[in-house]
Design a protein around this ligand. Sequence first.
Ligand code: PHE
Length: 471
Amino acid sequence: MSDTQGSIHDQWSSRFAFILAAIGSAVGLGNIWKFPYIAGENGGGAFVLFYLVCIALIGMPIMMAEILIGRRGRRSPINTMRALVVEEKAHPAWRWLGWLGVVTGLLILSYYSVIAGWALAYVFRAAAGLFTGAAAETVSAQFDALLQSPEAMLAWHTLFMMMTVAVVARGVRSGLERAVTLLMPALFVLLVILVFYALYEGDFARGAAFLFHPDLNKVFQHCELTESGVKACRFSGEPLLIALGHAFFTLSLGMGAIMVYGSYMPSNASIARATLAIVVADTVAALLAGLAIFPIVFANGLEPASGPGLVFQTLPIAFGAMPAGRLFGTLFFVLLVFAAWTSAISLIEPAVAWLVENRGLARIPATLGAGVLAWMLGVGSVLSFNLWSGESFQVFGKTWFELMDYLTANILLPVGGLLIALFAGWVMSRTTSCDELGMGDGPWYRIWRFLVRYVSPSLVVIVFFNAIGLI
Ligand code: PHE
């Protein structure tokens, strides 16, 4: 039984509510916006295969570890780590793990909100019928027009951040819980409709082959479109790191989001079963998005490696051509905004929980403070697509947006996840983790412990060193 004393949080109303909230956090822009475009930039099949291996061997065990740590501590990540350090007589430096999560969450939220702003803009574009009958070039030009307007992007970014702050500040999460039950399945249905469209109207065979036919040469080949529109590829271990980083990003792992949600989870619920449900939902969403997008890419002569605009340059073509496309298009972007919203809430939550618990702030000022900080950092990402896109504004050849994305997804989340695995596998006593996971001391528990102690940490370390060229 876990120690619930000292907790100032409510618990989720049921086991199911925890799973819903965690799915809300996991399924978001990562699945529908990011997965397709990074799969496209990294050659498809082999990258997808490696991503799936990372989900199974690293994502699942570490998600169980993160939920378990959160439920044991029952506080914000920072205080959870503090409490567990005492309970397990661990080195005080482990407390920094909680801090790492707060910082990573705010950095991710800063650019996440900018991209969610694009989705907001697209709700109105779809509703206005802008895509009806539009050809690929028109759709691309429409997207470029958005990027070229810092004012518009800033306004949408601001609106999305306000939506996030409003929910977190007022704690109307119970309403969201109910909405997730309705809207998440709706998003899945729309994705399936889009896959059917792609099946009949797109180049489905090529799209599916691109995603699922692994060509191992390609996974070590990282391609980008240069400014002049030429595809430049080079060999490096970087795609593996991008796939690994995305496994953390898409499952919301390594920064305390799942830890916070775990801290509200009832003690009698099964962590393993919850994890399985979350991982399956998340992976299916990403694969459906890929299957909807790539057939359209190939049927229209578009470039799979065209970068962060991929979703916004492909799906509108489908909405423009299908019956009732205006309705479906509007609905799709509404649901995408909603999916991003439930993820953004979990990105800001570790920071807010800490401000409330440790700084004695009330929820509203705490959320406002965190939101303003993330908003300001996000302005750099808004400008990365226009005024600051030039080389003179780049660091290590990356714009501010690219830097934030790379730093958080490919470095901070894997490091956070690695530390979580080491803490749950090596620092926590066997009795604690066995008791908290509640699946007995049988083969399943042993497999988990083996993965979290040896397999996940060494894979993360190997991929890291490989990417920076050390092995
Ligand atoms: N998992 C979310 C997505 O795929 C993003 C996220 C990352 C949310 C980390 C919380 C923490 O869109």
